[in-house]
Design a protein around this ligand. Structure first.
Ligand SMILES: [Zn+2]
Length: 288
């Protein structure tokens, strides 16, 4: 089973996770920029984080045979902190980088007017940079939040096939698929979706424009939920080809729209480059 996890926060995970993910079939992933739990107090700490998503973390993933791509954005929660808003002005510098395959994660947390502004501005950045957008839906009041998110996406003028709305459930899947956007599902151990609920959604709605992710981060989560969903699909009678579509071809098709998803052949064994050393990377800022 070859797996592309389209949403996972490896910065918060260990090398044991990378090893287990490789053994489970994960060969590529996308790490969206997000909230680190501890609120940031200045834009500079975002830039160091973005640099690490573009340098250190792909280097770390490569040691375990996994290709690492990322999405860059000001996350919805921190859009409410005026100290963080200047990040929006620096995003174009990052969105130009090769391993950035989308703008994200953007969207709503508490649906404030600051979040409105950050979401609308970042959808425009996606249009300007011809990138897909990864849009997170709020955990509270999900139905109303998803409906409002779809309105903002429509008003932005971005092509719906360039947008994935993530963290969906049974109540929000239809409106998203009807809109022409992609439908993302985060399979978590306790909250959000389970693998069995995911199987039922695919039975009912089909697998077109469906992405399944672990969204594993610093909370209780499981980086192997993608594989567990694949196994649940097989147990429910889906063909291996259908599992491959959901866990590999769909995320490749979605992020491939960036024109930057340069995938190496899938390997059976990790082939880390032992001679590789991390040189650090830092994107020049300040108008030069
Ligand atoms: Zn996330």
């Amino acid at each position: 089973m070859r797996i592309f996890d389209p949403h996972i926060h490896m910065t918060s995970r260990t090398t044991d996770d990378y090893e287990a993910m490789f053994a489970a079939g994960v060969r590529a992933l996308v790490e969206p920029a997000f909230w680190l739990g501890q609120p940031r107090t200045s834009p500079e700490s975002f830039y160091d984080y973005f640099d690490s998503l573009l340098g250190w973390e792909p280097y770390r993933a490569a040691q375990f045979g996994i290709q690492h791509f990322c999405t860059i954005a000001l996350n919805p929660k921190e859009a409410n902190d005026p100290r963080c808003m200047p990040v929006l002005d620096e995003l174009p510098r990052y969105l130009a980088k090769d391993r950035v395959v989308a703008v994200g994660e953007i969207g709503y947390d508490s649906m404030t007017k600051e979040e409105d502004e950050a979401l609308a501005r970042q959808l425009q950045l996606a249009i300007e940079h011809e990138l897909p957008a990864l849009v997170h839906t709020p955990h509270r009041d999900k139905e109303a939040g998803t409906r409002r998110t779809l309105d903002v996406v429509r008003e932005s003028g971005i092509a719906p096939e360039l947008v994935v709305l993530d963290h969906l459930n049974e109540l929000t899947v239809s409106m998203v698929l009807d809109s022409g956007c992609w439908a993302g599902f985060s399979v978590y151990p306790k909250t959000k979706m389970s693998e069995d609920r995911m199987v039922r959604i695919i039975q009912e709605h089909g697998s077109d424009r469906v992405l399944v992710n672990s969204a594993a981060d610093w909370g209780r989560s499981d980086p192997l939920k993608t594989r567990k969903t694949g196994l649940a699909m097989l147990a429910a009678g889906f063909a291996a080809d259908e599992v491959d579509k959901v866990l590999w071809r769909n995320p490749v098709a979605f992020y491939g729209q960036s024109g930057r998803l340069d995938l190496d052949p899938v390997l059976d064994e990790p082939k880390p480059d032992e001679s590789a050393t991390y040189q650090g990377n830092s994107i020049k800022r300040g108008g030069e």
